[in-house]
Design a protein around this ligand. Sequence first.
Ligand code: CTP
Length: 402
Amino acid sequence: MLEGKRILLIVSGGIAAYKCPDLVRRLRQRGAAVRCLLTAGGAEFVTALTLGALSEDKVYQDLFSLTDEDEMGHIRLSREADLVLVAPATANILAKMTAGIADDLATTALMATDRPILAAPAMNVRMWENPATRENLATLEKRGIGFIGPEEGDMACSEWGLGRMSEPDQIAAAVEDFFRQGLPLSGKRALVTSGPTHEAIDPVRYLANRSSGKQGHAIAGALARLGSQTTLVSGPSHQPDPPGVEMVKVLTARQMLEACEQALPVDVAVLAAAVSDWRAQTVAKGKIKKTGPKKAPELTLVENPDILATLSTKGNLRPRLMVGFAAETGDVIANATKKRAAKGCDWIVANDVSPETGAFAGDYNTVHLITEAGVEDWPALSKTAVAERLAQRVAGVLAAAS
Ligand code: CTP
């Protein structure tokens, strides 16, 4: 979700700077390019070597370094970023920002920047409560600076209270939220299922199907790119986790249902998983052996819960827009239209998964979108393009409804 975003991370001198290497990692995992600027105080707690190794970039420290200024002047440094993040933001740096003091590289960059600034304060509870800090925060807030945390808890100084820097993952999530603002699905929650499910027969064998998870994963990625907070509940799949998406990995249909129910409430659910309709009534504890009676074992199957039908009839918890898929090998439109009615969902994306279409494991899909208004035949598109088109349609409906 932070793909292509450049973050200038200003690390000032608080003990919480020890969390910054982790913060750099988490921001980069989400796709951001991170460049660090370390104050003299920050360098007492964390080394430039660590930050440089993790950010894979030079760490800037000195306003009066000819080489630094030659390579990247402080003005360029502050502008070649989409966001300036101050973490930890000590009482001292917040005070300097308020007063407009520019006496080192960090404060000079903060004065010179025309980019949005987010700060994650970290300080002792008394310093946080001090009227000077309170007034500084109010002023900075008025100037449009955003704050992440601080949290309440144990502090390095053995006191307890407000002032602890938010955890790196929370900071990275808040940065993502910041970039989501203004996107069509910002503030919306989405749930997507993807992949097959595996239903055990014994410890080594299972029932499954040929679903690759490509379409479902692409949809989750497309919804997240439009700004929704997206949970992807996936059965076993070799697809990479889509960026900016919360992953829940499951094996069986029953686990998938449970994970979906836990993700509620959401605004939209797109259930693209090829859920196994049945499971073995009893799962053998040990591997079923071929030796013994010369008769193939008989498998008694029982029906799995239908996740789409269950979520479509969830009363208050029913997602505002329920989208199902229909994998068909004949009479695609007629069968899918029946499925839409039978399962109580709003839309069905129908596709022909006959082996000759290559749809199940392939990269392309020819789908028909069945809604209350009728059937739309979409052209043959890559699964990524199907996902983007579907996500745009979802955004249109949710925007109209809110
Ligand atoms: N689905 C589900 N839970 C199940 C079975 C299917 O949520 N136990 C969902 C799928 O994710 C898909 C839709 O229902 O969104 C239709 O799935 P599909 O496999 O095409 O249909 P089935 O309901 O399994 O019916 P059939 O196998 O008879 O075609």
